[in-house]
Design a protein around this ligand. Structure first.
Ligand SMILES: NC(=O)c1ccc[n+]([C@@H]2O[C@H](COP(=O)([O-])OP(=O)(O)OC[C@H]3O[C@@H](n4cnc5c(N)ncnc54)[C@H](O)[C@@H]3O)[C@@H](O)[C@H]2O)c1
Length: 335
């Protein structure tokens, strides 16, 4: 089934963002309000962390924005929301991550929650669904190996989180194949930007720098990650919603491949601090990995390219944390 959102001039669109109070979801809500101000957004979130609502900031003042506290595993409640709201699109950002969930939490939200949300969408006639997945579903590449990870690569998850996201993706594709709903999936590399949980590498390093605490990279610091600025990830989802082919997966990567040491160094430089570990860094070893994917498909077919350079993304992120100390103090106090 084809479903393309074409003419923006004759109708406004209503989007439900499940998990929209989290890091990526709240940035998406701000992105969408800026770039598509005529549309209506409804954020549905179970508020797994109490201060998430603050991520939505001034969205609450907009007449075309609503927040509903609900859990995507509760299909009856989700269906009652969908019947009232009648969205054109549901985007699923709701997720329990690497650090915050055990096996049960990953199964509940990432797998069961995705299936319940899909089932509710089908039962309520929602025509379009997008799953925000992750590049973590693929295996990392050995450093120096030039293997390219395309969307056709079989997932090879190496954590419960990644396995639960890969399982959810299979359900999404199955619903797209056999039920009356057009689905797409995005798999982005690691994101950074405003309002990311404080225990992720970039916010944690920034917070340590601001508190004059020791700054170290994880492990040997030689793992290399592709970093996508969160706003670029949001724009990739925008492109997929309008021009993506139903049933397709789109990798998202910016090409900013940095070792963890380089990342820590960039943040130290931004704050004029030094990182003790950096002077005696070991050479990369056989266990060090590259975490990235090939994003030619979204580039060639949907004309998406990242707009935020590594240096401006880092500067933007440092500025945000510097000016939102109450936000991350609040988050840290809830650990
Ligand atoms: N953060 C990254 O670097 C990154 C990179 C690539 C892809 N992604 C994907 O983006 C999505 C969002 O990730 P994030 O980093 O913003 O996570 P996050 O933890 O910051 O946000 C997740 C949100 O989902 C909500 N939630 C959790 N369980 C729920 C449930 N059962 N019902 C309703 N809401 C629920 C939480 O309250 C939270 O607001 C995930 O699917 C993740 O795999 C993230």
């Amino acid at each position: 089934m084809r479903f393309t959102i074409t003419d923006r001039r004759d109708r406004h669109m209503k989007i439900i963002a499940a998990g929209g109070a989290g890091f990526v979801g709240s940035n998406f809500i701000h992105y969408w309000r800026k770039h598509h101000p005529w549309d209506t957004l409804v954020c549905v979130d179970a508020l797994k962390r109490r201060s998430n609502l603050r991520n939505l900031g001034d969205a609450f003042e907009a007449p075309d924005f609503a927040f509903i506290e609900a859990d995507i595993t509760d299909q009856a409640t989700i269906e009652s929301i969908l019947k009232v709201e009648k969205p054109d699109v549901v985007i699923n950002f709701a997720s329990v991550g690497r650090n915050s969930g055990g096996v049960d939490a990953c199964l509940d939200t990432n797998v069961t929650g995705t299936v319940r949300l899909l089932e509710a969408c089908v039962n309520c006639g929602v025509p379009r669904y997008h799953q925000v997945s992750t590049a973590d579903v693929y295996a990392a590449i050995a450093l120096g190996d030039d293997h390219q990870i395309y969307e056709t690569e079989a997932p090879k998850p190496d954590s419960v989180y990644a396995a639960s996201k890969a399982a959810a993706d299979n359900f999404v594709l199955a619903y797209g194949n056999h039920r009356a709903i057009a689905v797409t999936i995005s798999r982005s590399t690691a994101n950074y930007g405003p309002a990311q949980e404080p225990n992720a590498l970039i916010p944690e390093t920034i917070i340590h720098a601001l508190h004059n605490q020791d700054i170290d990279a994880p492990g040997t610091g030689q793992n290399v990650r592709d970093w996508t600025f969160v706003d670029d990830h949001c724009r990739a989802i925008d492109r997929i919603l309008f021009n993506g082919e139903p049933g397709e997966i789109y990798n998202v990567a910016s090409g900013a491949e940095k070792s963890d040491l380089e990342t820590v160094q960039a943040l130290c430089d931004a704050f004029g601090k030094s990182a003790g570990q950096l002077d005696n860094a070991p050479a990369p070893g056989p266990k060090d990995k590259l975490f990235t994917v090939n994003a030619d498909k979204i580039h060639d077919e949907l004309n998406w390219t990242p707009r935020t350079s590594w240096s401006s993304g880092i500067q933007n992120t440092c500025d945000w944390y510097l000016h939102h100390m109450d936000w991350w103090d609040d988050q840290n106090s809830q650990k």
